[in-house]
Design a protein around this ligand. Structure first.
Ligand SMILES: [Zn+2]
Length: 325
């Protein structure tokens, strides 16, 4: 998540929100949810996250050799799982950053001859804030929660779709760079896609899902009232997967991650999904945002619960997720 300068002084002091403020709008199930037999593998989730947030990658700051290692790792993951490069290679060079920096972009073409012309974007940012300048025992901002956890979720979803071939629409899998520098990766890529008349249906961007919330829903989306995405996801899973977190509205998180440039340019439902609620994790942009604090069973369960939702998003006969008027 892009730095929240304005709230840092009071984030951890002033946010005891009332659980009864949970919206009931997002909890009613309508059609029968999909049964998914595929099982997300906890060990794979753990191994992937462990490497991406390891000291070897030195906090994955955009433009450094640490993030280069992450880029190679993500390219290898796509290759191994038969996700094709969307451009001539997996690398999409940022047009707005001084040193070489790359989004990593893969695609799985949809199986339906018509629906495959429409794209669903599943994304997360793989950059983080790098090394601390001042001398201290630990100087590496590992960014396990922010946002190696989201990258892990998107990677597992890519693997699921690659193996099951259950997407009728095409899916663009994007690992953004430059998010922490001001959403640079998404701002750069969205311009390129717009020029190519990219046919976007919706974007689900995943941010900080490494630790569970103590709430009666699994996750929240940013910009809850902007579309019916929460309602549709809950319909697709048959669960209270998405709820309304008042803090996301108060801090306007909708504008603070890589969903926003896509929303701005395409005007489609582009939102971020998170389980960081300002109460469950004390190490936002801190050297202690480390692998050992991540809840692997929670992450695995999160990915598993989203599989029927993302499957339905990519297979519904019409574009059911729509902007609210
Ligand atoms: Zn961040």
């Amino acid at each position: 998540m892009k730095k929240l300068y304005f709230l840092l002084p009071f984030v951890f002091l002033a946010c005891k929100s009332n659980p009864s403020t949970v919206s009931e709008k997002a909890s009613k199930a309508i059609s029968k949810p999909l049964e998914i037999t595929y099982k997300v593998n906890e060990t794979e989730v753990s191994d992937f996250l462990k490497y991406l947030s390891s000291d070897e990658l030195e906090g994955r700051e955009t433009g450094t050799k640490g993030i280069e290692k992450a880029a190679v790792f993500l390219e290898d993951f796509f290759k191994k799982n038969n996700v094709k490069p969307y451009f001539s290679t997996y690398r999409d060079t940022l047009t707005n950053f001084k040193s070489p920096a790359y989004n990593i972009v893969g695609v799985l073409e949809g199986t339906d001859p018509e629906l495959k012309k429409e794209f669903v974007v599943l994304s997360a940012h793989y950059d983080h804030i790098g090394l601390e300048k001042k001398e201290q025992a630990d100087i590496i901002n590992n960014g396990a929660n922010d946002d190696a956890s989201g990258v892990t979720a998107v990677a597992q979803m890519a693997k699921y779709f690659s193996e099951t071939k259950s997407n009728k629409r095409s899916i663009l899998f994007v690992f953004f760079a430059g998010e922490e520098k001001g959403l640079l990766g998404s701002k750069s890529l969205v311009q390129k896609l717009k020029k190519q008349n990219f046919n976007l249906y919706t974007q689900l961007n995943i941010e900080m899902i490494g630790v569970p919330m103590k709430r009666d829903y699994l996750a929240y989306i940013t910009g809850f009232d902007k579309s019916n995405m929460a309602e549709k996801i809950n319909e697709y899973t048959g669960k209270k997967t998405i709820g309304f977190l008042p803090k996301e509205a108060e801090y306007q998180l909708f504008f603070r991650s890589d969903n926003y440039p896509f929303f701005e340019v395409f005007g489609k439902p582009c939102q971020s999904i998170s389980t960081f609620d300002f109460e469950n994790f004390d190490f936002y942009h801190h050297v202690s945002d480390e692998f050992k604090l991540m809840d692997i069973p929670h992450m695995t369960a999160f990915i598993q619960e989203f599989l029927p939702a993302v499957t339905k998003v990519t297979t519904s006969t019409t574009e059911e997720i729509t902007m609210n008027k």
